[in-house]
Every structure is written in C-alpha cells, then in structure tokens.
Design a binder for this molecule. Structure first.
Ligand code: DGJ
Length: 741
C-alpha cells in the first residue's frame, strides 16, 4: 500500500492496508477532502464524490463558478471568512487587522519514511515499516505565507499522521490565532461522539452521545491534557460496539491545552478539528519564522472498537514510544507512597525493600518526601538534594543497599514545581509563574516553575542528573500535581504572552528530551496527580504513566477499561493498595485487587511488612503468576468484553490474547452479587477457532470457536464464599486459556 498521486487531477490517495484517505486540489486551488474510510480501489478521479451542486443563499467562489460554494465543500484545512462559516482549522491576523487568507496549492513532495519533529514528541519509522510522508505546500501570495500540510501513512497499522507548519516568507508580522493539527470533513453526521472524561481519581470514563446540529467539543485550559478530558476521541456509527462496526479514532501527540471539536452543519455534514486549544493561544510569526503544530493521529476500522484500540496501540508501541523500552517487559515494583506518605526513615524503607525482594518484586520506588526538608506538602519542591535527616548514611549508601538486595531503584520527582519554603525560591523567586501585580493561587501549597525559561530547564537537568548519577537510578516517576494559573512569563513581551502555554510544554519536552538522551537506561513513568497527563506527548518520553491516584479495585475497573480505548495496557501503571481504600474507603479482597492490577504494569503500594504470613504468601503467588504471564498482560492483544459503562455496569470483563493465539487470560469482575441468578457465560474473543484449549489447567478441552461463540460457564459466586467471612461482592475470576500442545 502506498500514497498514490494522480498528477493530472492533483488527487492524492493515501492507501493503508485497510483504509483509504483521499483528497484533491479543487478548482479554487484549495484542498478538498474526498473520502476517508474502508479501503477503496485507486482511480484517477472520483467525479461522483466531488460533484458540486448549486445551493441557494450561499457565498460563491466567483460569479462564473457559482457551484463552488465554500460552505458546501468538504475541505482539508479550512480558512476563515471566505464563505465557509464553519469553524476554521486556523486563523492568521495580519498587521492591518485582516484575518482573511487564501492558501492555494503550490506543490507536493513525497518521501519514504518519517522524520521526527524538532522540539516536539512525534511519530517515527526507525525500522522501515513502509511509512511514507506526503507534504502539500500551499501559499497565500498576498502575505507570502506558506502552509505545509504533512501526511504520513503507517500502512500496516492503518494510521495516518497529520500536522501543519506555517512559514512566514513575507515581510509583515503575522499572528497565528489558531492552528489545528488535523481537520476531517465527513459527509454525514450519523455518528456517536465518544469521549473519555472525569476528574481526579475517576479519570477517563466513557461517554457516548449522538452528534446533533452545532458544536460538540472537549478541551483543556489547565496547561495539561487533564484529568477532566482526554485528547483521545472516537466517532462511531451508532451500531458500532467493541466487536463490530465502523469507527474513527483521533488522538493528539501533545500534553498541553488541547481541543477536539466536531461541528455538524446545516447539511448534516460533520467537521472534526483536533489540535492545540485556540483559546489562550496565539503565536507571532515574524518574517522568516515558522510554527509547527503537534501531530494528530487518525485511524479507522470497520471491525469495531477493540480493533481500533489494537491497531492504534500497536502503532504507538512501534512508532511513538521510546524504542528502548517500548517492547521490553516492565518491572514489578513496590512503591512506598500509600504505605508511608512522607513519614518514613531509611530503616522503614529498607524493611519494605527486603520484604519486597523476598516476595519476588523487582524494583523499589521511593516516592515523594526524600528531598530538601520535605515532611509534608508545604515545602522543598525544587530542592532536588537529599533530605539528610531521613538518610543519615547518605543517599548513595541507601541506593547501594537497594541495589545490593538485587532490586532496581526508582525515585519520584516533581520537576516543574516550586515551594515557597525552598532554597530554590529563595534564590529565584522570579522563576515562579505569576501575573504582574497578582496573587499567585496556591494548589496543594505549591506553585509552578516557568518552564519557558532556558535557565529553569538547565537547573532542573543539572539537579536531576546529580541524583541520577549518585544513586545509579533505574526509574523516575515524574509527577505534576497542579494545573497552571496566573499564566504569564516575565521573560516574554506583552505581545508574546499568549505563546506561554505552548512554550511551557515545549520546555517540559526539552527537559524530558535531554534526560532521556543523557540517561537512556532510565525508565520514566509520567504522572500528574495520577492520570492528569495521560497523553501521547508524555508517552513519547515516558513509556508508561500512573493511570490514577485511585487504586480501589472497583474504581480502577472503570478507569482502566475507559483508558484501554485509547492506550494499550503496557502504558498503564496499576498497583495493589491497602484496604479500606484510601480514596473511597472500600474493602475488596487481595485477589480482586490483583486481578484488576494484573492488566497493566503491576506493583504494590501498601505496607507489605505488616501483612500476615498468609497474605504475604498470597502476594508472593500473585507476583510469580504475573511474572509468568507478564508478556501477555503487558503486550497481549487487549479485548474488552463486558462494558461497565453500559447495561447498569455491574459486570465487567476483558481479556488479553497472545499474538500467536496460544495463550489468553480473561478477567471477569462483578461488583454486587445478586440472589438466585440464572446461568452466566463469558464469551471470550480473539482465539483460533480450530485450536483446542484448556481453561485454568482443567482436563476438558474446548475448541476456540466453542469458547468464543458458545461461551464459558461462570459458576455461582456464592459457592466460593458461603460459610466463610468473605463478601461475595466485588468478586472476580481469571480464566487462563492455553492451547493444547
Ligand atoms: C500524586 C501521585 O499520583 C501519587 O502517586 C504520589 O506520587 C503523590 N503525588 C506524591 O506527592
């Protein structure tokens, strides 16, 4: 499959293994969208799809071209103010105040492969996976402004990457007030808009609404992608579900303010826009300057949402995530946060680490509270040197002891933050983000560093490097516990202040980039009060993220299920914590907590030293079980089976299947038990219909088609708990399915 170009008709057909994306140059010299969806045959032209009809009451391109009516045309990257009237993809303000532009097609360039973007996280094709990149150059002659629309196809994952670059080749100062990464005009609006929304501790719950006339959008203005909305969205036909049907997926390789918007117009056509949020954004383009948008990821399938998640997930692991770690099994870990918060000393931590080693865990992660004089959240952010009273024999000695136990050593940082009570604030009060003459709003008693300043990035790189070198660190948990308020940078001119939100995130990316390059063996896990920055921009540097601060098994089912639509399970940090749970006070069994956490990067964050011998044995067995199936849990094909966001949400099930279909593990979870229920079955997916399998090591053999179509009997839960003091609520079962050799 490839990008096919019909030079005579200026028609561009981007063909992937199963999809076609077609656009062309219209009579007015602008780009028109022709088709995106299931793959169709290549032809020199698609006259039927580009037929125009005259509509009453519409601005026309020219008197002698009355059928060229911008408001009816499907456009590729729409302008403002030339008769389209839908939301534009971009907006340019000129020195005279005009916002009118006319970008006309000039040329194209087609190359094999995909180059990384400078300064931004982006896709790549390091292993020659047949990617091709097409750049269309358009020019506004009056302004000397050049627009490059970039398209890369990754044919085997059915993914198209889009971005735009503006180059000011004229001689006046221009301002970009909006610059989407991608626009997609679809001919009808019979779609459901599916978004993943929530709040701190209940991130990425699935919400599905049918499109209606007007605008539906999700966005962030918090300086992060946010807990509240995630940049990943889908447009699905109403009858599409996880197993069947037609669906488009959109994501953005970006971690700052974003907007995903779909607009249904008077003709019931839909326009999707994905990119940096135009609110709180402007970028000044002096003569000779350029602006590059982040990349948008587009994908389509007619095989349901499981297929969409799988193909996008494979694409991320192969073409976006740091390849040093993308396909490497992630270590099991013990994190001290929920066990100790900031109240710990060296002995307590070493006893955790020693017990963790005995139970088979592989990494000890020291969370917040190890630096400056930090003993609660009112101090020391920015002081990235060791809290000496907590580590009297030295931090290097402590780290050595962890390594000598045979464990990896991981450490928490919150690089972008500053406390008023810190050495850093005493030395550099002006590094704290605040607007002139205003009171800076605290959140969790902390403030944000101005990451637009190169000296801040330098300071953080040096301070973090010292600790990484001293402790021979294996892993960093990079946290970010508040949003940005009083957005302003004292080093930017008044006219450049709206560049601040984007420049902030560019500073964060720069620090990540420098650290990842300087310390290629350090595994990064991103975090933002749990899942507040769970996005592809972060994943480029940090291959996994802390999914949520909510570690309750029932809440995590919803959070991980919702997250799985947009992100593969190897990206999700998932830990077993203590009960009653710290976030919701719920008591669930150790078994159910592990059964949920297995489907991610597994670990514990509770005081394992205080567990009974019986519980410790259970943990040891769980760790051994996870390690035996780790590849499957982290990298197996993920299938959602029973959706907890539908049908009352009492039952949820999911499954991982190995690429060769020889092994699978399904998890079935039931929140409340019910009396006197009928027979229950679990219908697994993704197996080979003709292969024979056993389930949980039993003697009966089942064909794959039987397990998938006739289902697997799920026994009455009460028989497990009757006569014990255990609750039958919050129950869960795993089904380990192995091909018969
Ligand atoms: C928020 C994170 O999500 C937690 O896991 C923990 O690291 C705390 N911050 C520490 O302050």
């Amino acid at each position: 499959m490839a990008i096919r170009i019909e030079d005579q008709n200026l028609l561009f057909h981007l063909q992937t293994d199963h999809t076609s994306y077609i656009f062309h140059v219209m009579e007015n010299g602008e780009l028109g969208q022709v088709y995106y969806g299931k793959r169709v045959h290549a032809k020199p032209s698609y006259d039927n799809l580009t037929t125009k009809e005259w509509h009453n009451a519409a601005a026309v391109w020219r008197q002698d071209h009355k059928d060229v009516q911008p408001q009816v045309l499907k456009q590729e990257y729409a302008s403002l103010g030339k008769g389209d009237f839908r939301y534009p993809a971009y907006q340019v303000t000129q020195e005279n105040g005009s916002r009118i532009t006319e970008f006309k097609y000039e040329s194209y360039k087609l190359v094999d492969g995909k180059q990384r973007l400078a300064g931004l996280p982006s896709s790549f094709d390091d292993n020659d996976d047949d990617a091709q990149t097409l750049t269309i150059a358009l020019r506004d002659k009056l302004l000397g402004l050049v627009l490059h629309l970039n398209y890369t196809i990754f044919p085997h994952q059915d993914v198209i990457i889009r971005s735009a670059e503006f180059q000011n080749q004229g001689d006046e100062k221009l301002t970009l007030n909006a610059a989407a990464s991608a626009q997609l005009d679809l001919p009808d609006s019979d779609y459901d808009f599916i978004q993943f929304s929530g709040a701190w501790a209940r991130e990425r719950h699935m919400i599905r609404t049918h499109l209606r006339s007007g605008v539906q959008s999700i966005s962030s203005l918090r300086g992060t992608s946010s807990h509240q909305q995630n940049p990943f969205v889908m447009l699905a036909r109403p009858n599409t579900d996880d197993a069947n049907g037609s669906v488009f997926g959109f994501n953005l390789v970006y971690s700052g303010n974003f907007a995903d918007q779909v607009q249904v117009d008077q003709y019931d056509a839909s326009r999707m826009l994905v990119g940096i949020n135009p609110e709180e954004f402007a970028w000044n383009l002096k003569p000779g300057e350029k602006f590059q948008t982040p990349e948008a990821v587009l994908s389509y399938t007619d095989q349901g949402m499981n297929q969409l998640s799988q193909q996008m997930g494979t694409f991320y692991q192969d073409h976006l995530v740091n390849q040093k770690f993308a396909h490497v099994e992630r270590p099991t870990l013990i994190n001290n946060w929920e066990a100790t918060f900031m109240d710990f000393d060296e002995d307590k931590l070493l006893s955790f680490a020693t017990t963790a080693k005995k139970l088979g865990l592989e990494m000890f992660v020291l969370d917040d509270g190890w630096f400056g004089h930090r003993n609660n959240d009112d101090s020391s952010l920015g002081d990235w040197f060791v809290n000496e009273p907590k580590f009297p024999s030295g931090f290097d000695t402590f780290a050595n002891k962890i390594h000598e136990l045979g464990l990896k050593f991981g450490l928490w940082f919150e690089p972008e933050m500053i406390s008023i009570d810190s050495e850093l604030y005493k030395a550099h009060p002006d590094w704290l983000i605040n607007a002139p003459g205003r009171h800076a709003s605290p959140e969790r008693q902390q403030f944000v560093l101005d990451m637009t300043r190169p000296e801040v990035v330098d300071y953080l790189f040096d301070a973090m490097s010292k600790i990484i070198d001293l402790t021979k660190l294996d892993y960093i948990k990079w946290d970010m516990n508040r949003n940005i308020t009083e957005t302003y940078s004292s080093q930017l001119s008044a006219a450049d202040q709206l560049e601040m939100p984007h420049r902030y995130i560019l500073g964060v990316y720069q620090l990540y980039d420098r650290l990842v390059k300087a310390y290629p063996n350090v595994l990064f896990e991103s975090c933002s009060s749990g899942g507040g920055r769970f996005d592809l921009g972060m994943m480029y540097y940090a291959p996994q993220a802390w999914t949520s601060d909510d570690t309750d098994a029932v809440e995590r089912m919803l959070i991980q299920f919702g997250t799985s639509y947009g992100y593969p399970q190897a990206m999700m940090g998932a830990h077993v914590s203590a009960v009653p749970n710290d976030q919701v006070g719920r008591i669930t069994s150790l078994k159910t907590r592990a059964n949920v956490a297995y489907f991610g990067d597994f670990g514990y964050e509770l005081d394992i030293t205080k567990m009974s011998a019986e519980e410790q044995q259970q943990v040891k067995d769980q760790v051994a079980f996870y390690k035996a199936h780790r590849k499957l849990f982290q990298f197996g094909k993920f299938y959602r089976i029973d959706n907890p966001f539908e049908n009352g949400g009492n039952v949820m099930s999911w499954e991982v299947v190995s690429d060769d279909k020889q092994h699978a593990i399904a998890g079935r979870y039931q929140i409340l038990n019910r009396p006197n229920i009928g027979y229950l079955r679990l219908y697994v997916e993704g197996l080979d219909p003709d292969t024979k399998y056993t389930v949980n090591g039993g003697s009966e053999e089942f064909y794959g088609d039987e397990l998938m179509n006739a289902g697997l009997f799920v026994s009455d839960i009460l028989h497990e708990t009757r006569g014990t003091d255990k609750s039958a609520d919050f129950n869960s079962n795993l089904f380990v399915i192995d091909a018969v050799k």
